[in-house]
Design a protein around this ligand. Structure first.
Ligand code: NDP
Ligand code: BG6
Length: 509
């Protein structure tokens, strides 16, 4: 439950004072019957509505090929996703009543005209005259339909007069430089860049957002944030489950395109960027682009690839191999694990290895950034003075932890490592941390681009990854097999410690 502390009330008041809050708003979801709509879009819209954060006159219109009774769908099929609390039924019924649905094909011009007139009729003023509205179009459909839908929206359904039109897209944004540039070129024919909201949901996570504050509001770290003090940076992503249910999609993309080229590279840019000239969306994205422009394409010798195989994890638990999934060919070479070293060729980071490691079907689920500082020069103590390490844990159990050397309390003089630990669950006990999509939907509605991917960022990201992806595919490079539930792959650990200059350490408590 969202703890309604004083800060939240202040935030809500600031939202309710905005013009957009007072203006009519149509939120259109293409692919309303799909997985993303069910898991993220409808539930988060409901939570925002319940918190009185959605514009006061909002209507939600689903669109899809299936003939969906949207009110029944919300009340019966996906109500369990809404996590209704004891007294929520009434407000949920009001939310459901705000929903509408149009059944149609994504290339049917007439249906888009119908969508346009439906939106117009949803908003009448007190004299029953049509009112204009801000319009958000969320493409929760497979990317191959993006071109059709975006063109038809632009030609038939744009917001009228001075109201805004926002187009929301989900990754994958192409599969390589060419396909991504084609999509960007297509979109730019119909939409201004500031109308396009490319979601990378990692940018909506609490701890990813807090990196900016941590870096640029703390003098002690600002001075040390460079090649003089930092030995190595590891961005580590693990999931303790496989690709079940999404293997069809995954086999076409693989782990590099699925999480590295986007989510983890985004984190890297925020860790590495210089201070922006302000905290505006463009100032921040300008700095992120500069980081990307300073990076060379990845080399194959700096990469380890893996694919999980079956594992009997106990008498009754059999974990299947990736290729056991019916939608994956038996001879698939798609990687479910990858570790790679990237370098940023600029004054701040020259020579510092940035390691990205990501894998599915490993021993646990975690996303974290681990920054290892250089060894203390001229150690005067008898025992080894270990490196400081800063760990920003994005999930689960959000925390920031700094490993320090301290004198072990007592008569002797022995160093021991200890943690300066900012675990959110303890420091901000009981406080509700907004979900990534809650925050991102607010940004889409109220028009903040800070947490969205700009087209030049995307182009640079693909420049860095396209050559290696093409090489892996052209040479049919075979990933190393690892058992479902493994901690890691030895070859990956070796790359991390040798070229990555990273020393494995105990976990923070
Ligand atoms: P789904 O496969 O569930 O498809 C969503 C809807 O799109 C379907 O309900 C269907 O609606 C329509 N659709 C499905 N296949 C086709 C097709 N071949 N041609 C036209 N329409 C089709 O997708 P998701 O909801 O999982 O994902 C939507 C978008 O979000 C995708 O781009 C995906 O990559 C991205 N995404 C999804 C995530 C997730 O967790 N699901 C996470 C991150 C990104 P109808 O039949 O009514 O037209
Ligand atoms: C998605 C990937 O973008 O991010 C998934 O397609 C991955 O494969 C997911 O599991 C991870 O997101 P989160 O928020 O669960 O860490």
């Amino acid at each position: 439950m969202r703890k309604r502390d004083r800060n939240f009330e202040v935030y809500r008041k600031s939202i309710q004072e905005q013009n957009v809050y007072k203006q009519p708003t149509a939120f259109v979801i293409f692919g309303a019957s799909g997985d993303l709509a069910k898991k993220e879009i409808y539930p988060n819209l409901f939570w925002l509505f319940k918190d009185s954060l959605l514009p006061q006159n909002t209507a939600i219109v689903g669109f899809g090929r299936k003939n969906l009774e949207i009110k029944d769908y919300l009340k019966q099929k996906i109500v369990d996703r809404m996590k209704l609390e004891k007294d929520d039924q009434e407000i949920y019924d009001i939310f459901v009543d705000k929903n509408h649905y149009i059944c149609g094909n994504y290339n049917d011009e007439q249906k888009f005209k119908e969508l346009d007139s439906t939106i117009q009729k949803l908003f009448l003023d007190s004299n029953q005259n049509l009112q204009s509205a801000n319009r958000i179009f969320y493409l929760a459909v497979p990317p191959k339909v993006y071109p059709d839908i975006s063109k038809r929206i632009a030609e038939n359904c744009r917001a009228k007069e001075s109201f805004y039109t926002h187009l929301v897209l989900e990754k994958p944004f192409g599969k390589d430089t060419n396909s991504s540039n084609n999509l960007s070129a297509h979109l730019s024919k119909f939409f201004q860049e500031e109308e396009i909201f490319r979601i990378d949901h990692y940018l909506g996570k609490e701890m990813v957002q807090s990196i900016l504050a941590f870096r640029f509001a703390n003098q002690i770290f600002r001075r040390a944030w460079n090649r003089d003090s930092i030995e190595s940076v590891l961005i580590n992503f693990k999931e303790n489950f496989g690709t079940e249910g999404r293997a069809g999609y995954f086999d076409e993309y693989g782990i590099i395109r699925d999480v590295i080229q986007n989510h983890l590279l985004q984190i890297l840019t925020i860790i590495a960027m210089d201070q922006p000239i302000s905290n505006s969306a463009d100032a921040i994205r300008d700095e992120k682009v500069k980081v990307l422009k300073s990076m060379d394409p990845i080399k194959i010798e700096d990469v380890v690839l893996g694919q999980y195989v079956a594992n009997e994890m106990g008498a009754s638990v059999q974990k299947n191999a990736y290729t056991d999934d019916k939608s994956v060919p038996d001879d698939s070479l798609t990687s479910t694990f990858a570790t790679m070293i990237l370098y940023i060729n600029n004054e701040r980071w020259d020579g510092v290895p940035f390691i990205i490691s990501a894998g599915k079907a490993l021993d646990r689920t975690t996303s974290e950034v681990r920054i290892q500082f250089k060894q203390v020069p001229g150690n005067i103590f008898k025992n080894v003075c270990k490196r400081n390490e800063l760990i920003i844990r994005i999930q689960p159990d959000e925390s920031i932890c700094l490993k320090m050397q301290n004198k072990r309390p007592g008569m002797d003089f022995i160093l021991e490592e200890t943690d300066l630990d900012l675990t959110y669950a303890e420091k901000y006990e009981g406080l509700y941390l907004p979900k990534a999509y809650e925050r991102l939907l607010m940004d889409v509605i109220y028009g903040s681009q800070i947490s969205f991917v700009r087209s030049d960022e995307l182009e640079e990201a693909w420049r860095i990854f396209t050559p290696i992806l093409h090489q892996i595919e052209a040479e049919r490079i075979k990933p190393i097999c690892y058992k479902f539930g493994s901690q890691s792959i030895p070859e990956s650990d070796n790359l991390i410690t040798t070229k990555g200059n990273y020393t494995f350490r105990r976990e923070c408590k």
